[in-house]
Design a protein around this ligand. Structure first.
Ligand SMILES: [Zn+2]
Length: 269
């Protein structure tokens, strides 16, 4: 349960942080991306999605919110797309490790890296490096909590699509212009049956989207920058996505708190 007066680390004094960590030593690091999201959504969409979800999870669980990391790392095919500012995997991994190590100095012992952008390649490496040093870190991508869209969506989760636009309409409608939303997409270089889309429950023989060079460069492939069906997005769908993801993310944190109460370091090392 939230006991401190502000949600975010950067809004609190050192003494307020040191007091709050006695109540709850779980810290959430929300990470997004600065990436073009078509003509109808802002380039900060992934960062705003991570921020909005993290705030609701913190309100429910009492977890500390580490300052939002707006920049993210990107697969090769996102680079050179106007509007997108990728950071390299190496930079991203180092940032994640440094942030967790810095927050641990104040007594935080359980870390939850909450990503609303496909950057598993960086978060998994960071998590393993931190694990070697004894840090307890869970890395969660929002689509882990929305498998098969929980019967809320009509189409699979992709990019600037029904899912992301619905969530945007729920969390930051002031930045969305639905009159500009167009349905679009690229073509996979392999049979899409062998690929798992984000948020899709895997079937035998399917590879995750980060396991191969499945795509042509987006700057050559995509006209609008959209992959999917933003025309199907609604605020009501977004509200349900937010509610579902926040509930499941909070359950994971509540389970960790129950197993390892404040002050107890999970025995990673
Ligand atoms: Zn996105």
């Amino acid at each position: 349960m939230l006991k401190r007066k502000h949600l975010w680390w950067d809004e609190l004094s050192k003494d307020e942080i040191l007091e709050d960590v006695k109540n709850c030593d779980v810290a959430i690091l929300p990470i997004g991306a600065i990436e073009q999201h078509g003509p109808h959504c802002p380039c900060g969409s992934d960062a705003y999605n991570a921020k909005g979800l993290a705030e609701k999870v913190a309100e429910r669980t009492g977890a500390m919110l580490l300052p939002l990391l707006q920049y993210g790392s990107h697969p090769y095919h996102h680079w050179y797309m106007p509007g997108t500012i990728p950071i390299s995997y190496e930079t991203h991994i180092n940032l994640l490790c440094d942030i967790v190590k810095g927050a641990a100095v104040a007594g935080y012992k359980k870390f939850f890296i909450l990503s609303a952008h496909g950057q598993v390649a960086a978060t998994l490496v960071a998590m393993n490096k931190l694990g070697l040093e004894g840090h307890f870190v869970l890395t969660c991508h929002w689509y882990d909590f929305l498998r098969d869209s929980q019967n809320i969506l009509e189409t699979p989760m992709t990019h600037a699509d029904e899912a992301e636009t619905s969530m945007a309409l729920s969390l930051y409608p002031q930045y969305i212009d639905m009159s500009k939303a167009v349905d679009d997409g690229g073509e996979s270089l392999i049979n899409p049956d062998f690929q798992i889309k984000p948020g899709m429950t895997p079937k035998p023989g399917q590879m995750y989207h980060f396991e191969g060079t499945f795509a042509r460069p987006e700057y050559k492939e995509l006209k609008s920058g959209v992959i999917g069906f933003p025309s199907k997005a609604t605020k009501e769908k977004g509200d349900k996505l937010v509610e579902t993801a926040v509930d499941l993310m909070s359950q994971v944190i509540e389970d960790v708190i129950e197993r390892f109460p404040a002050g107890v370091q999970p025995p990673v090392k």
